[in-house]
Design a protein around this ligand. Sequence first.
Ligand code: ZN
Length: 300
Amino acid sequence: MLFSNVIARRYLATEMNQRLKPDSVRCRPDRPDNNVCEVKFPGDITMGVSLIKVPGYVIARQMYARAGARRRGFDYACTPDGNLKLVNRPDIVRIVLIDLAGYFKNNGALRGEFTSRLERKANNLEPAWLKQQLLRFSLEYRASEPTAEEKEGFSKLDFPIYLLGRQHGYDSVRELMEQHNIPRTIKCIGVDKPVDPYRLAEKCWKGDAERGCGIPSGEGFRKVGFIKTHTVSSDPIGRRDLAQAFLNVTAHEIGHMSNICFHDREGLMKYPVPLNMEIDFSLGDRGFILASLTRLKNMR
Ligand SMILES: [Zn+2]
């Protein structure tokens, strides 16, 4: 059987719980930029199998689906008896740091330390659980602003976080929130009354004590965070170990973006979050973040 058909059938079986035989397949090797085979199944199901990452791995996703279909990567190998062996690749939870303040742009050493520690911290949240859920955090640093389409395109497992500076007023924050399609009201899970995230953000951005603002996704998936680089970097305690200070403030906002809408008495969700010590999420907050990730992952 064709390689693309095996992949498509595996996807249908594991992601959609359907066992079907393909009707037809159409590959376009003439278009190397779009190395996709379309595999058609009964019931108007079309699977796209992309070979663009071969020989690394293959990617499958349902095409022309109304709801956002999940993309799934597979590692592949051959068993000694000649059968194809497929292993699901993890879904990537992207933490995207967008440095509009240019704070880390020319400080590669500090940036490297901060971002690698943040990525490690996220992946150490609950390693066995993340592995079992097929989730892996990956950190991306960007020195330039995403286009409007990219902002629209941030998806459920993306955590976009803007690093802003003194020059950015609440107007900049509001505009970014609108471009990220943050709704006018959000309802935190377990909280009765919906809140206006724009008012939350205004109060937070204009407040002197806050070092960052994380907008929770509520029952949807749109979320965004803002870090006040000028406040973190000028803090007399934070200044002693800037990588640690940025790490704690950013992790705290990721907590809020994961629907932790209150502060805790201990751990990273304490307010104000300590800047100069290695600190973890409390057990309860960790559970909240993991539950939030599961919800986002399973959202259709
Ligand atoms: Zn907070």
